[in-house]
Design a binder for this molecule. Structure first.
Ligand code: HEC
Ligand code: HEC
Length: 461
């Protein structure tokens, strides 16, 4: 129900005036059923599928491009590395401990729990209760994204250069190894983080200074080179290069190859609809698509991935240990931590939405448990933020709510001002979200290897 009777019109009108190219956007309605005629009529151009196609095109929402091809030997090496705890300081955690195939490449937690812990997904526990400051995002279709991490600190710039927190330590020779854009660079970083993988003590990687990325990467290659099977896998993945001439960029690029090969999904009903199949969406999903494409959602959630690959403040409550920001040191200034620009404070990357039904909890800190609640959050998001109830979080996070709502709301994206969504609209948006699930993403167990070259335990088996 609309709290204010005239709001539906205002929401749509607002959306239409916000993007110049949208000013002539039609808001067509499906034609009434045409009278039966003996002569086959010309195909109507105002059926609901056609209207949805026009709206999508007007919003720049296009089919996902085919992912780049991955050499099988590269994907095989990447699979081994992604599941091998050998990449963590104390050999107790792998990439896929947090990006679990069983949980749609996330961990089904608000905030991840890193090295030094036991258990998987929702039942993982850390003896000293340490959380990672942000929610583990899913790994779907990452070759299509220009900015990675919630704050975009691993990215590709307009000139095709990869930018990362390692600056010049990530050398041009390393960058040349990257075949899949920023996702190839991403694996260079979780291994350097003490809370995620490296640990504070107890191993040779932990002794290296935090800003010595080169040192950490070299020590990891030394570890891998001590395992004959890895030497063989690396040399098969990069024919013509000797293992001893390789650096950790070869490992990170291989993990990206595995991610791109296994987690590129473009067979959702929405993908099939965009590819030309009018029958791919149910009536409810078509109606939901029309709603999503008419509301402001699709101004930010646009393009092939349903993300503008830009940063916005949509007033999500801040929980967890944070990024050392603010007076409490527990706040997270998001994109501002990368650019230094005050205007970027509290901005996070617009989430791509493929398989979003499967990837909760939601938001950069997973502070919203269910998809429906996240959609409801957009309705009067200022009041939602002020009324955020931390007692619904898991016990270890209940006392961590950061008192930053006044500052967040000062900078909330102006697109959210005045947005009120009725339950009926949320129902429609939920129907559209359900159209974004590729059935293949529901069971990713095929991507879990039987064993890894180190012989260490494989999570998720
Ligand atoms: C302790 C849990 C944990 C481990 C281990 C871990 N990750 Fe993550 N991953 C996260 C979290 C949390 C984020 C979000 C961090 C941020 O945005 O600041 C993330 C972000 C990512 C992203 C960015 C996705 C996007 O949409 O921007 C990729 C890709 C990724 N991780 C791959 C890896 C790889 C490869 C490894 C192993 C080398 C790894 N992760 C190890 C928790 C983990
Ligand atoms: C102003 C740009 C903007 C608008 C408008 C917008 N979003 Fe978002 N959306 C974002 C950003 C940014 C995030 C991540 C926010 C964060 O974590 O702090 C997000 C996150 C989400 C998520 C959570 C995804 C995840 O994996 O955690 C969903 C679902 C979502 N949006 C759906 C919608 C729907 C439906 C609408 C319309 C009612 C909408 N969005 C309107 C920018 C926007």
């Amino acid at each position: 129900m609309f709290r204010r009777p005239s709001f539906a019109a205002a929401l749509v009108a607002g959306a239409l005036s916000l993007a110049a190219c949208d000013e002539h956007l039609p808001v067509p309605q499906p034609a009434p059923t045409a009278p039966r005629s003996a002569v086959a009529p010309a195909p109507p151009n105002n059926t609901l599928p056609q209207i949805v196609r026009q709206l999508a095109a007007a919003r720049g929402i296009v089919p996902l491009a085919a992912p780049p091809r991955v050499r099988p030997a590269l994907a095989k090496l990447g699979q081994a590395l992604a599941f091998d705890r050998i990449l963590s300081g104390n050999k107790d955690i792998a990439c896929t401990t947090c990006h679990l195939p069983a949980f749609a490449t996330g961990d089904d937690r608000s905030l991840s729990i890193g090295q030094g812990a036991t258990g998987l997904g929702p039942t993982r526990v850390h003896p000293t209760g340490v959380f990672i400051p942000r929610n583990a995002p899913p790994l779907f279709n990452l070759s299509a994204m220009r900015h990675l991490f919630w704050d975009g600190r691993v990215a590709v710039d307009g000139a095709g250069n990869i930018t990362t927190p390692a600056g010049a330590q990530l050398t041009p020779a390393m960058a040349r190894v990257f075949e899949f854009g920023p996702v190839s660079a991403l694996g260079m970083f979780p291994v350097t983080n003490r809370f995620e993988m490296r640990a504070g003590s107890g191993n040779e990687l932990a002794l290296i200074a935090d800003d010595d990325f080169q040192g950490i990467w070299a020590a990891l290659m030394k570890r891998l080179g001590a395992i004959g099977e890895y030497r063989g896998l690396f040399e098969a993945a990069y024919p013509g290069t000797r293992f001893d001439d390789m650096n950790f960029a070869y490992a990170s690029n291989a993990i990206a190859g595995f991610i791109v090969d296994q987690f590129s999904t473009r067979n959702s009903p929405w993908d099939r609809f965009l590819a030309g199949n009018d029958a791919a969406l149910t009536m409810a999903q078509l109606d939901g698509a029309q709603t999503f494409l008419t509301l402001k959602c699709s101004i930010c959630h646009t393009g092939a991935t349903l993300s503008d690959d830009q940063f916005h403040n949509v007033a999500v409550a801040q929980i967890g240990p944070g990024q050392g920001n603010g007076v409490s040191l527990r706040d997270d200034f998001g994109r501002m931590n990368v650019t230094g620009l005050p205007a970027d404070q509290y901005r996070f990357r617009t989430s791509p939405l493929r398989n979003v039904e499967l990837t909760g909890p939601y938001g950069h800190d997973g502070s919203i448990a269910s998809l429906r609640e996240f959609l409801e959050h957009y309705s009067e998001s200022d009041l939602k933020l002020l009324a955020f109830d931390p007692t619904r979080l898991e016990p270890g996070l209940r006392l961590t709510l950061v008192n930053n709502s006044a500052d967040v709301l000062l900078q909330r994206d102006t697109l959210l001002a005045g947005v009120v969504l009725s339950d009926a609209l949320v129902d429609k948006l939920m129907a559209y979200m359900s159209a974004l699930t590729d059935p293949a993403a529901r069971d990713l167990s095929r991507s879990v290897p039987v064993r890894v070259p180190s012989g260490l335990k494989v999570d998720g088996r």
